[in-house]
Structure formats: C-alpha cells, structure tokens
Write a protein that binds this ligand. Structure first.
Ligand SMILES: *Cc1c(COP(=O)(O)O)cnc(C)c1O
Length: 399
C-alpha cells in the first residue's frame, strides 16, 4: 500500500473545513421551544422546569430529578445532600473534569484520587477501595467518555462501607448499565447539559435519585436553603407569603428557556444516541485495524452512548507523540482535544499538597490520548475524513 502524505508533512489536508471534537445539535423545534418560553409568563421557576424533570424521570426510570444551573452545581448539591462536610473525604478519578473533585472542596472536604483501569480508563474499584478511610463519605465515579463506570462494584462497595454513591454521569446520558438506564443506578446521578454534551441546554445540570429525603434536600440546596413547605418550617407561617431559610445554599436555579431546550433535546436522545453508536462502531472498526492505536475497552454491562471518542497511541509504534499527532490532525483541519489533564496536577491542587505520581495509570493515559470528533450531527463524510486523516498520519509515522 502506498502511504498517503499527511498535511503535516506537506500533503493536502483531508478537508478544507475545520471540524471540532464536539458540537451541539440544535434544530428548528428546539428554537421554537425556547422562543415559546420567552413569550410566556415564566422565564424562571416556571412549568418548563418540572416538565424537563418529569422527562428525565421517564427516560431514566429515576423517581426524582432536580434540574439546576449546571453539572457543577448538580455535583455540589449532591455532595451537600450526601452530607459531605468539613473533614470528610470523597473518592474520585483524576481523569475527569475538575468539577468532579472541586465539589468536595466546596464542602470543605478533601478529594481523594484513585487510579483508573488502563483499558477502560474508568475509576478502578479496587484502587478506590484502597483509599477508603473512616473519613470517606462518598464515592464519585465518572462515566468517562460515556461508558458506565463499574457501577455494580461501586454500589456494593458503597453499601458495605456506608458511603453515598454519586455517579458523575455528565458524559453518559442515554447509556444503560446491565439493562438499567444511567440515572437509576447510583444513590444520586449527575447530568450536565453543557453544549458539548449529548443533550444541550446552553448550560444546565440535574441530580437524579430514588430517595425522597435526598430529593427534598436537593430542592432546598437549589435555592438558597429556602423552603415554602410548612412541614419543613420551624415557625408557624406568618401568612401566605411566608417562606423560611432553613439551610445555607447558593442560587443554583435554571431558567425556563434552558429547561425548555433540555426537554426538546431529550425527545431526541434516542436518535442522537443511535447516531453516536453508529459513529462509534465505524471508528472502532477502523482503528482496531491500526496496530499503532489502542481502542478503549468497553466496561462490562455498559450499552454506551459515547460522549468522547478517545484515541490512544501505542507510543513504541510511532515516531511521533500525542502532541505531534494532535498537531498533525489540526493540519488536516481535524480539531481534537485532550480529556483530561489529571485533576491533581493543576497548580491549585499542587498548593493543596497533591503531587505527581499519585495515579500512574492516569498520568500515562494523559500522555497517550486525545479526543477526536464525535457528535450526533456529524456526517458520514466527516467521520470518513477523521478516519482517513488518522490512518494516513499513523501509517506515515509508524516505526
Ligand atoms: C461537563 C462536566 C461537568 C460539569 O458540567 P457543567 O455543566 O459544565 O458544570 C462535570 N463533570 C464532568 C465529567 C463533565 O464532563
């Protein structure tokens, strides 16, 4: 086979138009749903919020859903509802967005990082278990890239040690685990509706749970710790206007415009999910044929709607590293990303005493991977361009 010259080595780029690693898919009915709210009486605290919450429950099978302003807010609310406080610890993965760990810091607790499985890239339950102490309050596995973490193992572990299981499912809406939709498995499940995620709200998040008491607390922590429910008040209501602040929390409410967009998008979850599954299959087949690459292994029991498609290089088979691969793809007009810098390597965490070497598998993965384009509105031609670009680059630089 004649090798194709990559753009980085003087060839013609596989495409003229840039493609990015993710992009929202907004259609006319989404726009109509948002503008209808703008013409209505309620821009916040209105009926669109409850409608989206009901939809989330219907789709996932969870009993309660509390919509809020972001996935980050959802993680904070979940930690507060779990009772995470000063002196407590939570256990999470370093291969995640910083918010998965920051939520502990917001509660004056300490994030403890456990290493990942080198093939699925998910938080390794055995490593997590080693980090449990009598201060551990919660485990926060992340469904990294969209595939479910090893949820059975974490559920069993949480139960055995009396911990709260908070699943950061910011990547995995639409994924099911052993026949159950993500959202109905952990004590609390967190979604994000940031535009790069499968379902877009502009901004937005949610916490799902089956536990009525947790749901009550989540509602309280969404809005200042204020309640209008007389049953939760200490004083006799002064009148119909009366509400009471019974805890301290930020304003984490979402607008009805965002909620309406989320509802509209949730109606497309199956279509978006199926499209992403097609793209994943096409990628998996193409990249499994390239010995210079490692294809992420599926967690047992996960029927995955991918959020991130991760390409991992086998460094010993290439004369270039991940950075050069990233740049070579950019020269082909394929704009990638890297998910993630291990959280504890950030300067803020270094200040708190975290040091390199803590999670060797995570640090190795960080050196070897990048995220290639994957989103529901990608065309077949887009996917073929990505495959052709990756193939020509790794073949050209193969050793
Ligand atoms: C996106 C994301 C979040 C935060 O969500 P926002 O809605 O952006 O606040 C948290 N955890 C993970 C793993 C994410 O990818």
């Amino acid at each position: 086979m004649v090798k194709e010259r990559p753009a980085a080595a003087g060839g013609i780029p596989v495409r003229e138009q840039k493609i990015f690693y993710s992009h929202q898919c907004i259609e006319q009915d989404d726009i109509d749903a948002v503008t209808a709210v703008l013409r209505s009486d309620y821009l916040t605290c209105g009926p669109a919020i409850e409608e989206a919450e009901k939809k989330l429950c219907r789709i996932t099978g969870a009993k309660y859903a509390v919509l809020c302003s972001s996935g980050t807010a959802a993680l904070h609310m979940a930690c507060m509802a779990a009772g995470v406080g000063e002196g407590d610890e939570i256990i999470t993965t370093p291969i995640t967005f910083a918010a998965s760990a920051n939520c502990a810091l917001y509660c004056s607790a300490r994030p403890v990082f456990a290493d990942i499985d080198p093939e699925t890239y998910q938080l390794d339950p055995k490593e997590a278990e080693k980090k449990i102490t009598d201060r551990t309050k919660a485990i926060i596995p992340v469904d990294f890239g969209g595939q479910a973490a090893d949820l059975d193992a974490f559920r069993e572990m949480a139960h055995r040690h009396g911990l709260v299981l908070i699943e950061d499912a910011s990547h995995s809406i639409g994924t099911s685990y052993k026949g159950k939709m993500v959202g109905s498995v952990a004590d609390m499940t967190v979604f994000s509706f940031h535009p790069v995620k499968t379902i877009c709200g502009g901004e937005g998040g949610a916490v799902l749970t089956d536990d009525a008491e947790l749901a009550r607390k989540l509602l309280l922590f969404r809005t200042h710790g204020i309640t209008r429910d007389p049953a939760q008040m200490s004083n006799t209501p002064h009148g119909p206007w009366y509400y009471e602040q019974i805890a301290l929390a930020p304003n984490y409410r979402i607008t009805d415009m965002q909620a309406a967009l989320i509802s509209s998008q949730l109606g497309k979850l199956e279509r978006f999910g199926n499209r992403k599954k097609e793209l994943t299959k096409r990628y998996d087949e193409a990249f499994a044929a390239l010995s210079q690459l490692f294809v992420q292994k599926e967690t047992e029991g996960s029927d995955t709607v991918r959020h991130l498609y991760l390409l991992r290089i086998r460094p010993e088979t290439l004369s270039i590293g991940r950075k050069e691969l990233y740049e070579a793809l950019a020269a082909e007009n394929i704009m990638c990303n890297v998910h993630y810098v291990p959280v504890y390597l950030f300067p803020y965490y270094a200040e708190l005493g975290y040091r390199p070497g803590l999670c060797p598998q995570a640090e190795k993965l960080y050196e070897e991977m990048l995220t290639i384009p994957m989103y529901a509105s990608m065309s077949d031609q887009d996917a073929e361009d990505v495959i052709r670009a990756v193939t020509r680059i790794v073949s050209w630089y193969a050793v």
